[in-house]
Write a protein that binds this ligand. Structure first.
Ligand SMILES: *[C@@H]1O[C@H](CO)[C@@H](O)[C@H](O)[C@H]1NC(C)=O
Ligand SMILES: *[C@@H]1O[C@H](CO)[C@@H](O)[C@H](O)[C@H]1NC(C)=O
Ligand SMILES: *[C@@H]1O[C@H](CO)[C@@H](O)[C@H](O)[C@H]1NC(C)=O
Ligand SMILES: *[C@@H]1O[C@H](CO)[C@@H](O)[C@H](O)[C@H]1NC(C)=O
Ligand SMILES: *[C@@H]1O[C@H](CO)[C@@H](O)[C@H](O)[C@H]1NC(C)=O
Ligand SMILES: *[C@@H]1O[C@H](CO)[C@@H](O)[C@H](O)[C@H]1NC(C)=O
Ligand SMILES: *[C@@H]1O[C@H](CO)[C@@H](O)[C@H](O)[C@H]1NC(C)=O
Length: 465
């Protein structure tokens, strides 16, 4: 699952992102926005974004009930120079809520995909239902992105070791559901993983038709990472005879995903953090936490002490070179950073060591900077928030998939925090705040034919259908 929290994703921006410059010309043979890609029930690709072709496929919200209406699904295609291609591979980067269009369009990500998948196939970035350029709209604060970003920052600023903070978080999560249920259109219920899997089949069939091949024989080629593995597994279990070339990566526990716990993701979390201690010890002085004679055990001891001291006394941060307003950083901020860093150790571990070493010496400035504490949420240099973020779509798609299988009560949420803390002492509690509590008051549920009916057998629970 990519792109976890609004505040933490800023860390990625600090260390990795390169803004993508898109030529904004008025060349009407070259679409530079999906708004200019014609909507069609057939797969009609047009030139877009300089090096690609794009399609806006019109699909039924409910394939069994066409009268319900339609929505649009956005596809961007990198066409291999080796034409004719052996086929199209649909890519999903994770989430839920991750934009496949954004990945394929990104000049840093596309070469990695080509290296992984080779150049015999075209690579297709798909925005699943409710994501970025595809309908229906899942933005609870449509038209007011700055308010949305402020809300998200405040919502996820929770101290999981404080009962009062957790209770407030539980209530505010519920108010999120009440709010979104009021502001969003009921078509939101059709944004779910089984429906997206069906859209992938539609893509393959429309592609076959456009090539004069029989649609009933069309197969889907797919590469999905993280949540994309849940999407791929869903597709394969719904349409087993339509699986072409399939690759699932960073595989998650699909039953745990549909059930709503998301706890199984934590099974090796602390082992990943422990590799940080070992790598730091073997790196020597290039690791900021290393001092003469450091061992993995001694570094771990110091990190544990740093987390404890932050829990006992958060650190004030006031340096105007790093923050826009005075703030304080907490143990929860550092735990969040540990979680994010384990997603990509080669990129984040060295910076993480520097941040922890600073905190150890009583300086929380870099921790504030990395977590964007004391900074206007998502405000870019010009103070404008991004029109679309994945935060609410992620929640709503996951909650539709969960379909109230998880009974969200104050007690069950408290139990989940405790349970996840037991699975990972470093960031289990931070992980627990990601999804489940927000599902409580969302009134949407998918139609019966879009509920995943695979066998869901969880330890200690009866099979559900
Ligand atoms: C529009 O873009 C296409 C493809 O890059 C190019 O061949 C064409 O000359 C452009 N037309 C104008 C009017 O800029
Ligand atoms: C298109 O491809 C060219 C050559 O590979 C590259 O220099 C350029 O940055 C690409 N443009 C976009 C918008 O990705
Ligand atoms: C959404 O898609 C556009 C291209 O249409 C892309 O530029 C943008 O980065 C994407 N947004 C996200 C958050 O993925
Ligand atoms: C809900 O959204 C659909 C599709 O965007 C639109 O046609 C319909 O009018 C909307 N309904 C309401 C009540 O806004
Ligand atoms: C580390 O140990 C080496 C050799 O024992 C010594 O030369 C060096 O000054 C020490 N460095 C620090 C920072 O204590
Ligand atoms: C705290 O860290 C910041 C960022 O690295 C640095 O600029 C500042 O000088 C440090 N403050 C002290 C008192 O060392
Ligand atoms: C889900 O979380 C609860 C704690 O709320 C725990 O008792 C249960 O074992 C978990 N189930 C799985 C499969 O992780």
């Amino acid at each position: 699952m990519f792109g976890l929290f609004t505040p933490l994703t800023a860390f990625i921006a600090v260390t990795a992102a390169t803004p993508l410059a898109i030529r904004d010309d008025h060349n009407n043979t070259m679409a530079t926005s999906f708004k200019n890609v014609p909507l069609s029930a057939d797969l009609k690709y047009v030139p877009c974004f300089q090096n690609y072709t794009c399609a806006n496929l019109e699909v039924p919200l409910d394939y069994d009930h066409p009268d319900v209406g339609t929505t649009n699904i956005a596809f961007i295609r990198w066409n291999t120079p080796k034409q004719p291609a052996m086929g199209d591979i649909i890519f999903n980067p994770g989430g839920p809520g991750g934009s496949g269009v954004n990945f394929v369009l990104n000049p840093l990500e596309l070469p990695m995909l080509i290296e992984l998948l080779g150049d015999a196939y075209n690579i297709v970035g798909m925005d699943p239902r409710g994501v970025n350029n595809s309908g229906p709209n899942l933005e609870c604060f449509a038209g007011t992105p700055a308010i949305r970003d402020y809300f998200d920052t405040e919502l996820f600023d929770v101290d999981p070791r404080s009962e009062a903070s957790l209770k407030k978080y539980y209530q505010q999560s519920g108010s999120f559901g009440t709010w979104c249920s009021r502001t969003l259109n009921d078509t939101v219920r059709y944004a779910n993983t089984p429906a997206t899997a069906r859209d992938m089949l539609q893509y393959a069939e429309k592609l076959a038709e456009s090539q004069g091949k029989p649609r009933e024989e069309a197969q889907v080629n797919f590469y999905g990472a993280s949540y994309g593995s849940a999407l791929g597994t869903t597709f394969a279990s719904l349409f087993p005879t339509r699986v072409g070339r399939f690759l699932i990566d960073a595989v998650l526990d699909v039953e745990d995903y549909y059930f709503g716990n998301w706890s199984q993701n934590l099974l090796q979390a602390d082992a990943a953090v422990e590799s940080f201690f070992e790598l730091c010890a073997s790196a020597g002085p290039t690791c900021a936490l290393y001092t003469n004679g450091s061992t993995a055990a001694s570094i771990q001891q110091r990190v544990d002490a740093v987390l404890q001291s932050l829990e006992d006394s958060p650190l004030a941060v006031t340096d105007p070179a790093f923050v826009q307003f005075p703030t304080a950083v907490t143990h929860a901020d550092l735990r969040g950073l540990f979680m994010l860093a384990t997603y990509n150790p080669p990129v984040y571990f060295a910076t993480l060591a520097l941040i922890v070493a600073q905190v150890e010496s009583g300086n929380g400035t870099l921790l504030a900077f990395a977590t964007q504490k004391g900074v206007m949420p998502k405000a870019e240099c010009d103070g404008v928030s991004a029109e679309w973020t994945d935060v609410h779509p992620k929640l709503i798609i996951a909650c539709n998939d969960n379909n109230k299988r998880w009974a969200v009560t104050e007690q069950s949420v408290m139990e989940l925090f405790a349970f996840d803390r037991g699975l990972s002492k470093y960031f289990g509690e931070v992980w627990a705040s990601v999804i489940v509590p927000q599902c409580r008051n969302l009134k949407f549920s998918p139609p019966e034919n879009q509920v995943f009916n695979g066998e869901l057998v969880l330890p200690g629970l009866e099979a559900m259908h």
